[in-house]
Design a protein around this ligand. Structure first.
Ligand SMILES: [Fe+2]
Ligand SMILES: [Fe+2]
Length: 316
């Protein structure tokens, strides 16, 4: 079996997962949330899975408005590919999320799948912004809503980019994959995040390029960093934790904040963030751009085929 790809541009590839994800996650039984030897890392992944699906559906919805503000033809095409990648990510994460027994999401006006643990966030932060984007009172309000939406998307893509760098570094690089595999009960979870984060590394710069083209100013300044990362109530981390705690309680697991914060992956993530994120940060420039290309190439040539083989061996 080969991984199917269709390319809209050499650097943005719309991948598909080359096996039945639900079957691979269940491994002939029920999906076990303890997919990895470390409880905190297991639940962080579950939390990310929910937070990613939730956010990616807003990205796709916003994209019904945003392309008309992009004049550059090539960038508009890249924006389209970016959105197709995100639509696939939400679709695949839904498969995992549905297997966790964490309840049924409800369809709301601006998101077809809002889980109970995101409902307050939806009503407080997401719905008002989407309302201004889709039903603006005037042009000024529309432009402000476009600015906020594109800024928040770039902030989200900053997090997925740094998470991708951390993920491949911690679980895969420098010969660590064999150790990772021995601590992994369900390699399909590793595969899902590997596939997803490789595409995040590919497209995070597109979110910045769209911001650059429309607003002609850097996404990250001291002030905007404080705005996005200095308010825990609005952070992506908060969404990840809400989902992780909800899933753990459903399973009857005692999960603490320290489990989520004090594991090795979380520590590595903080390290990556501290060494990378500064005013002027842009994922198309500097050392980050090189690291991204290195990890994407390793995923394609080495880690993806190996992991695919492991998954197929479990379900065949
Ligand atoms: Fe994504
Ligand atoms: Fe993304």
């Amino acid at each position: 079996m080969t991984q199917q790809t269709t390319s809209s541009r050499p650097d943005l590839v719309i991948r598909t997962i080359p096996f039945d994800l639900a079957t691979a996650l269940r491994r002939n039984g029920a999906f076990d949330l303890h997919w990895f030897d470390d409880k905190g890392i297991s639940y962080l992944a579950i939390g990310y899975s929910f937070a990613l699906e939730y956010a990616e559906r807003f990205i796709n919805l916003a994209d019904t408005v945003l392309p008309r503000f992009i004049k550059d033809e090539a960038l508009r095409r890249r924006e389209g590919a970016f959105n197709r990648q995100e639509a696939n990510h939400a679709k695949y994460h839904r498969v995992l999320n549905d297997l966790t027994g964490s309840g049924s999401p409800t369809a709301e006006q601006y998101n077809p799948r809002v889980y109970d643990f995101f409902y307050a966030d939806y009503k407080t932060f997401r719905e008002p912004l989407m309302k201004r984007l889709f039903e603006p009172k005037n042009q000024h309000e529309l432009f402000a809503a476009v600015n906020e939406t594109i800024f928040r998307r770039a902030a989200f893509e900053t997090v997925t980019c740094l998470t991708g760098l951390t993920y491949f570094d911690y679980f895969f690089d420098a010969g660590r994959l064999s150790q990772t595999l021995s601590a992994t009960r369900t390699p399909a979870v590793l595969y899902l995040f590997g596939y997803h984060l490789a595409e995040e590394l590919e497209h995070c710069a597109t979110a910045f390029e769209v911001y650059d083209e429309i607003f002609h100013e850097p996404v990250w300044t001291a002030q905007s960093l404080e705005l996005a990362f200095g308010n825990p109530a609005r952070s992506i981390e908060r969404e990840v934790e809400s989902a992780a705690f909800f899933a753990a309680r459903r399973r009857g697991d005692d999960l603490s904040l320290s489990d989520l914060h004090d594991n090795e992956f979380a520590a590595k993530q903080r390290e990556t963030q501290a060494s990378t994120l500064a005013p002027g940060f842009h994922p198309a420039h500097g050392a980050v751009a090189e690291q991204k290309d290195y990890f994407i190439a390793k995923w394609e040539r080495e880690w993806e085929p190996l992991l695919r083989e492991k998954v197929l061996a479990q379900i065949s």
